[in-house]
Design a protein around this ligand. Structure first.
Ligand SMILES: Nc1ncnc2c1ncn2[C@@H]1O[C@H](COP(=O)(O)OP(=O)(O)OP(=O)(O)O)[C@@H](O)[C@H]1O
Length: 755
């Protein structure tokens, strides 16, 4: 068992993983009192491993929660009369750490091959200037790759298999080992419930399977009416057909590829099939639409109404009426019936939703926990359709469900049988490149939309997003952006490779106020979109001036205040600064502070701290009492509705939020009632998911960090509807970030593969 192998070139270590059986128990070590730790010794006793974990906790490499979980495993093992192997404790803390970083599990093969990279430990604050003197990364700190350097996969698996805290899931243990993946039990269950929900649905027979059957003929007829494209392959029509056939389906596509349009057509088509079905006796399907956040739900609400009103209902079979196609979108939490202080929902296996078809938009934001709850709440034969952009950032919490389900979407991998069926339903041949005789069941339920209808062929936003997404960001593209060769994209400080940080941050503030129309091609003048002339890009001055000059007074009726607040909220959503980080001068905190001070200097706001008229706020946690959801945005307004002791009107501050119940309505909430919020002149790209802004400015810091990834840059760019500006603290950061991809450890794709 003894290993002697130099892995860093610095020293040779010998660790015997089983030495703990004979090693004398030393007194408990505390990280505080132990400056240097002998790497050879770390996996020889639970105490020493715990001391190592405490060191990592003190260095803020791992969370107290991770150490606490390892302790819990130790206690549980000892209660069962087992002295836990130190490696089990170490891995318990590391799995917990990985879950905190969005992974569903730890792949032990990857971990042992490259622990530093797999765990992102030590945390890389910067690759340009290593923070050796910052106090965060201590040179004498034993690193995970050093500690795990002599552990082999077979040894590791053998130790885990013997541990009483670990099982294959067949009985209740806090850790589950599935092949080489180690899970916290809860997350293993989430993944299992999702995989079961999908597999069970994919196996259900479809009344549409025979192209000659009545229902299939109705579907084909309805699709013919709904899609009149002259393209050789209409991918929207194909997606509709595929999703109609399956009780579980995924439609993925980039911005403006017509996900909403497709799903509205799909719902009309399936209602036509229901209307013609003798078994259903004309009874239509009960359909619900949901999105993971209030913001995403509101956006879909806006776009779906238009798409529904354009449906050629009179031309469809099955007497489809407007009321058969839902146009109200709810949040997933509201749909499932969330309850304060518990993760459990009102709707579950025992109390399923009354629904035949559920459509979830922006599904990339749904984590494994919520997705498992969706499957729990759905009746066994209900249809689930996920919509989203597979290339966007994954959910904030653990998992990357949509991304994993769409791993093979680009090449489709449709079997001959699927391709033939699709050709029969849509009337067009499926390209050979999308056909694969070895296609898997999951492949037959995924459709990718490939043409953007929102962005014109010459759109810079579209070209830039595509270049980022395909890792094809070359100097020619960057030059075009820097020189305003596109109408809609500008790199504002592209002249210098490493501009002065203070100058750059000042530039962000000036840009945030005006939107810098002069920097865009033709100063942003003369653009037309869908035949309408587009106003030039704007910044925050626009909404603040609108608020300052509202012209209302004590005698103005409440409806006028509501209408004004709505206009101000709309004006605010015309522009948004996005950034990658939370802390530091380039993060949300630093930029919010700096932009507020600049707005104060420009007399656009009366104060830069605390509550003041014009302060925009982002809700950061669900508040069921107030009916506010994480991601909701409100603007602070001074209103004359309170009275002084003498009965005179007194101006006080209220925060105006768009009403989630009444379209166009406003909820006025006193600042003191708001619990979890932050100022939102700057917002993280993560928080911006599900939102879209007329003009988006993405600020990248002056150094690379692990959060700066291709998915983050792509998500940032695709939040822009008409104008996109980029400001970067270091030009290499953009290139390097595009080279980093998010890979989340999970076993979902593996579980969906047939044995
Ligand atoms: N087949 C089509 N032919 C012409 N225009 C289309 C077609 N499909 C969609 N559009 C138009 O393209 C725009 C974007 O469509 P839609 O909102 O359905 O896309 P989306 O993928 O849902 O967008 P988002 O990225 O905002 O989620 C809309 O103006 C829509 O009317």
């Amino acid at each position: 068992m003894s290993r002697s192998r130099s892995h860093t070139g610095k020293s040779d270590h010998q660790i015997d993983l089983f030495a703990e059986d004979t090693a004398p128990e030393t007194s408990t070590m505390t990280a505080a009192g132990d400056a240097s730790i002998d790497i050879n010794d770390l996996l020889t006793s639970p105490d020493k491993t715990e001391a190592l974990l405490l060191h990592w906790q003190q260095a803020e490499w791992i969370r107290p929660l991770d150490v606490g979980f390892a302790r819990l495993i130790r206690e549980l093992s000892e209660e069962q009369g087992e002295r836990p192997h130190p490696l089990v404790l170490l891995l318990a803390a590391l799995v917990s750490h990985q879950v905190g970083r969005g992974h569903v599990c730890v792949d032990l093969g990857h971990l042992l091959a490259d622990a530093g990279h797999t765990l992102s430990l030590p945390p890389e604050e910067s690759v340009y200037e290593p923070l050796t003197d910052s106090g965060t990364v201590k040179p004498d700190q034993p690193k995970p790759d050093e500690v795990l350097a002599f552990v082999t996969l077979p040894e590791c698996l053998s130790i885990l298999e013997k541990a009483c805290a670990v099982s294959d899931g067949s009985h209740t243990t806090p850790l589950v080992l599935n092949e080489t993946r180690l899970y916290l039990r809860r997350f293993w269950r989430y993944e299992q419930r999702i995989a079961e929900g999908i597999t069970q649905r994919l196996a259900l027979p479809s009344a549409l399977a025979d192209p000659q059957s009545g229902p299939a003929q109705t579907l084909s007829g309805a699709l013919g009416q709904l899609f009149q494209s002259s393209e050789p392959v209409d991918y929207q029509k194909l997606a509709c057909a595929l999703s109609a056939r399956n009780r579980f389906a995924v439609i993925t596509g980039g911005p403006g590829t017509g996900k909403t349009t497709t799903v509205v057509n799909l719902l009309a088509a399936v209602q036509a099939v229901a209307g013609e079905s003798p078994e259903r006796a004309g009874r239509k399907y009960r359909i619900r639409l949901a999105a993971p956040t209030g913001k995403a739900a509101a956006r879909l609400n806006e776009s779906i109404g238009g798409a529904v009103s354009r449906l050629p209902l009179a031309e469809l079979p099955g007497n489809v009426e407007l009321g058969d196609i839902p146009s109200r979108v709810t949040t997933l939490h509201r749909l499932l019936g969330s309850r304060p202080d518990t993760r459990k929902f009102r709707h579950n296996r025992d109390n399923p939703l009354l629904v035949d078809i559920l459509v979830i938009d922006e599904a990339s934001m749904v984590d494994v926990d919520l997705m498992a709850s969706v499957f729990d709440a759905l009746p066994a034969n209900a249809q689930l359709i996920l919509l989203g952009d597979k290339d966007q950032l994954a959910s904030v919490d653990a998992g990357a469900v949509l991304g994993e389900l769409c791993q093979r979407a680009l090449q489709a991998h449709y079997t001959q049988e699927t391709a033939k069926w699709l050709a029969a339903m849509t009337g067009s041949e499926i390209p050979e490149s999308l056909v694969d005789a070895t296609g898997q069941p999951m492949d037959q339920a995924v459709a990718m939309l490939r043409k953007s209808y929102r962005f014109q062929e010459d759109s810079g936003i579209r070209a830039f997003a595509e270049a980022v997404n395909t890792n094809a960001l070359d100097s020619a593209m960057l030059r075009r952006i820097r020189e305003a060769a596109f109408d809609d994209v500008i790199l504002l400080n592209g002249q210098s490779a490493k501009p002065d940080p203070e100058d750059t941050l000042d530039l962000v503030c000036r840009h945030a106020i005006t939107g810098s129309p002069e920097a865009f091609r033709n100063a942003g003048q003369g653009r037309h979109v869908n035949g309408q002339s587009l106003p030039p890009p704007i910044g925050y001055r626009h909404y603040l001036e609108r608020l300052q000059n509202h012209g209302l007074n004590e005698n103005s009726p409440r409806e006028d205040w509501d209408a004004m607040a709505l206009q101000v909220l709309e004006a605010f959503s015309d522009f948004q600064v996005l950034c990658a980080l939370r802390k530091g001068p380039w993060g949300v905190e630093g930029l919010n502070d700096r932009i507020a001070r600049q707005l104060l200097a420009g007399k656009l706001i009366p104060r830069a701290e605390g509550w003041y008229p014009g302060r925009p706020v982002l809700i950061t946690g669900n508040d069921y009492n107030l009916g506010l959801m994480n991601g909701d945005i409100g603007i602070t307004v001074s209103v004359p509705w309170d009275r002084t002791e003498t009965g005179e009107p007194r101006y006080t501050l209220r925060v105006a939020f768009p009403s989630s119940d009444t379209p166009g309505g406003i909820r006025w909430i006193s600042p003191s009632r708001l619990q979890q919020l932050e100022t939102v002149y700057a917002m993280t790209v993560h928080k911006s998911q599900g939102s879209e802004f007329n003009h988006t400015c993405l600020v990248l810091p002056d150094r690379l960090s692990p959060v700066l990834t291709r998915e983050l840059i792509y998500t940032g760019i695709t939040r822009a509807r008409n104008w996109f500006s980029l400001i970067t603290g270091h030009q290499d950061v953009l290139r390097d970030a595009v080279g980093q991809q998010v890979v989340r450890a999970s076993g979902l794709a593996e579980r969906l593969r047939p044995d």
